[in-house]
Ligand binder design. Structure first.
Ligand code: SF4
Ligand code: SF4
Length: 102
């Protein structure tokens, strides 16, 4: 399996988010400009890092340490399954607006 195939295409990482000590808030009303909500795919996937300055590649290290990915992210689950991600966040909060810029 390729690393990219792990992604379940939930699209949560392509929305505005706010990180709290024990929670991650994701604003479902603020998708990235390039996010296609009908297919849950990126419309500029091959050029995403040049088109979107805030887009970040998910690497094994990101999967292990990033606080901006939800626990439900398939990469975070991969890291947890391999006992690489120790601390789990308490709560995922999904909102429709009123989130500040991360
Ligand atoms: S550019 Fe990055 S953040 Fe935006 S939709 Fe594509 S993958 Fe998601
Ligand atoms: S949150 Fe994880 S599983 Fe969901 S789209 Fe982003 S990288 Fe893929």
């Amino acid at each position: 399996m390729r690393w990219e195939d792990i992604c379940s295409r939930c699209g949560l990482c392509c929305h505005e988010k706010t990180i709290y000590p024990d929670a991650l808030e994701i604003d479902l009303s603020s998708p990235c400009l390039f996010y296609d909500s009908s297919t849950h795919e990126c419309r500029v996937y091959q050029q995403r890092f040049s088109k979107c300055r805030r887009c970040r590649k998910v690497t094994p290290l990101t999967a292990i340490f990033s606080r901006s990915l939800p626990d439900s992210c398939a990469y975070v689950e991969w890291a947890a399954r391999h006992h690489l991600r120790m601390r789990r966040r308490k709560e995922l909060v999904l909102t429709e607006g009123h989130v500040s810029q991360p």
